[in-house]
Design a protein around this ligand. Structure first.
Ligand code: ZN
Length: 420
C-alpha cells in the first residue's frame, strides 16, 4: 500500500481536554480579464462569427447545428454577456445569456464559459489550451489530472475493489462482515444492517454539498470505480486491519477512529473506521475522512493544503451531520486558547496542522464559503489545476494567508493574532 497518503482525524482521542480540540477584491478591469487563463481575445471572438456551433447549457441541454451570429460584449471587449445565434432554417436570431451556457463548441473547438464577477461578464476559455497548461503545471509538480475512465474501466476498477474486500472478509472470517453497494460506494462492515442507511445517506449528502461548491453535478461519479469503506464495530479489528492489511505502523492507528487512504498513482480511496460507542461522533468522522478522499479525487492529484483540507472536511461534516457537536466544540476550544496565547504557530500553514488547529481551519473555511461560495469553488479548482494555494487565494479573495488569519483573529476578538 505504498503510494498512499493518510489523512487522519487525530483529534479528541488523545489530546489533553484543555487543548482538544469575498468577494474578490477590487481589481483593475483589464487586469481581471487577463487573469483568466487561456481566455480568448476580442479579435478571436470576432473570428467565430458565422461559425457552425453547438451550445451546451448549464442544465445539461444541448442546442446543436446553430450558427454563431455574434457575441455581445461587456464593458471589457474581451468579455461576453450574450450569445446571438441562428437555429437551422430560421431567419431570426436567438439569444442566450452567457451565464446560461457552460460550453460552446464553435468551428470544432471547445470553449468553456468562465464567469468574471468583477466585470459582471463571462469569458471564453479555450479548452484544449487550458488542458495543456494545467497538465504541464501539474506534471512539473509530480501531479496529474485524473484520467476520464470509460464505463468498462470503471467496471474493472469496481471488480478490483470487490476482490480486495473479499480478501478482507476472508482475513476477518470471525466477524459478520457484509458488503453494501450503492451507486458510488462499496461499504464493508460488521455493523447491524439497520444502522447502515443513515451513514450512507450522510455520504450521499456530503457528495451533493461538495459538488455544489466545486461544480460537480449530482450523479457524476468522481471516484475511480467506487469509494471503498471498511468499517468495524470494534477498535481492535480496525487496528488489526490497518496494521495487517494496510501495513500502517501500530503507533499511527491505535488512537484513531478513522483513516482515509489515498492512492497517488491511480486515485483509489479506502476509508477505514471503527464505530465506537458514539454514533454521532462516528458519523462525523466518516464524513470528515471521506471528504479527504473526495478532495483527492476531484480533478487531479494536486494536494489541497493541510489546513484547508481539514477545514473543508470539518465544514462539510458539520452541515451534513447536524447531530455531532464535535467540530463546533473544536472551534470554541481554539478560540479559548487563542484568547490566552494569541499565537497560532507556524505549522498552521505548513505540511500538517496540529490537532488543536482543526477548529481554526474549519471556522476560516466556513466564513470564506459564507462570504463567497463561488470564489471559494474557483479557488479550490485553481489549486487542483496546479496553482499555488496562496496565489489562488490572492486571485479569488484578494487576500494573503496572513490577512486571512488577521481577519479570523478579529472575528473571534483576538485582533493581535500572530502566526508565531
Ligand atoms: Zn482530517
Amino acid at each position: 500500500m505504498r503510494g498512499y497518503v493518510r489523512f487522519v482525524l487525530a483529534v479528541a482521542l488523545f489530546v489533553p481536554p484543555a487543548m482538544a480540540q469575498g468577494k474578490a477584491g477590487k481589481t483593475d478591469r483589464s487586469k481581471s480579464a487577463d487573469a483568466i487563463e487561456c481566455s480568448v481575445t476580442s479579435g478571436q471572438l470576432d473570428k467565430l462569427n458565422g461559425s457552425p456551433a453547438e451550445l451546451v447549457l448549464v442544465n445539461g441541454k444541448r442546442i446543436k447545428d446553430v450558427t454563431i451570429v455574434k457575441f455581445v460584449r461587456g464593458s471589457n471587449k474581451d468579455t461576453v454577456r450574450t450569445v446571438v445565434y441562428l437555429r437551422p432554417k430560421r431567419k431570426t436570431a436567438s439569444r442566450l445569456r452567457a451565464g446560461a451556457l457552460v460550453r460552446i463548441v464553435a468551428a470544432e473547438r471547445a470553449y468553456d464559459l468562465v464567469a468574471v464577477p468583477a466585470l459582471k461578464a463571462w469569458m471564453l476559455v479555450d479548452v484544449d489550451e487550458k488542458t495543456k497548461a494545467v497538465s504541464a503545471r501539474l506534471k512539473a509538480k509530480g501531479r496529474q489530472v485524473w484520467p476520464k475512465l470509460s464505463a468498462e474501466q470503471q467496471a474493472d476498477a469496481v471488480r478490483e475493489h470487490k476482490k480486495f474486500l473479499a480478501d478482507v472478509r476472508r482475513k476477518f472470517s470471525g466477524l459478520p462482515l457484509r458488503l453494501y453497494e450503492t451507486k458510488f460506494f462499496l461499504f464493508l462492515t460488521d455493523m447491524p444492517a439497520a444502522q447502515i442507511g443513515v451513514y450512507i445517506a450522510h455520504l450521499d449528502k456530503m457528495s451533493v454539498e461538495l459538488g455544489k461548491r466545486f461544480g460537480v453535478p449530482p450523479g457524476e461519479n468522481i471516484w475511480r470505480g467506487k469509494a471503498v469503506f471498511v468499517v468495524f464495530v470494534n477498535q481492535a479489528s480496525f487496528v488489526q486491519f490497518e496494521t495487517s492489511v494496510m501495513k500502517m505502523p501500530l503507533a499511527s492507528t491505535n488512537r484513531k477512529q478513522g483513516i482515509c487512504h489515498q492512492n497517488n498513482r491511480n486515485g483509489d480511496v479506502i476509508v477505514a473506521c471503527h464505530r465506537g460507542n458514539d454514533p454521532n461522533y462516528f458519523a462525523q468522522v466518516l464524513v470528515h475522512e471521506t471528504t479527504h478522499g473526495y478532495l483527492h479525487r476531484f480533478k487531479s492529484s494536486a494536494r489541497v493544503p493541510s489546513w484547508l483540507n481539514e477545514g473543508i472536511a470539518e465544514w462539510v461534516s458539520t452541515i451534513v451531520v447536524r447531530s455531532s457537536p464535535a467540530p463546533l466544540k473544536r472551534q470554541a476550544e481554539a478560540v479559548l486558547r487563542l484568547k490566552q496565547t494569541g499565537v497560532v504557530g507556524p505549522s498552521f500553514f505548513g505540511k500538517k496542522i496540529e490537532s488543536w488547529h482543526y477548529g481554526i481551519a474549519s471556522r476560516i473555511t466556513d466564513s470564506m464559503i459564507t462570504q463567497n461560495s463561488r470564489a471559494f469553488g474557483a479557488w479550490i479548482v485553481s489549486i487542483k489545476e496546479g496553482v499555488e494555494w496562496s496565489q489562488g487565494l490572492q486571485k479569488t479573495f484578494g487576500v494573503t494567508p496572513q490577512q486571512l488569519l488577521l481577519r479570523y483573529g478579529r472575528s473571534i476578538g483576538v485582533p493581535m493574532i500572530r502566526l508565531q
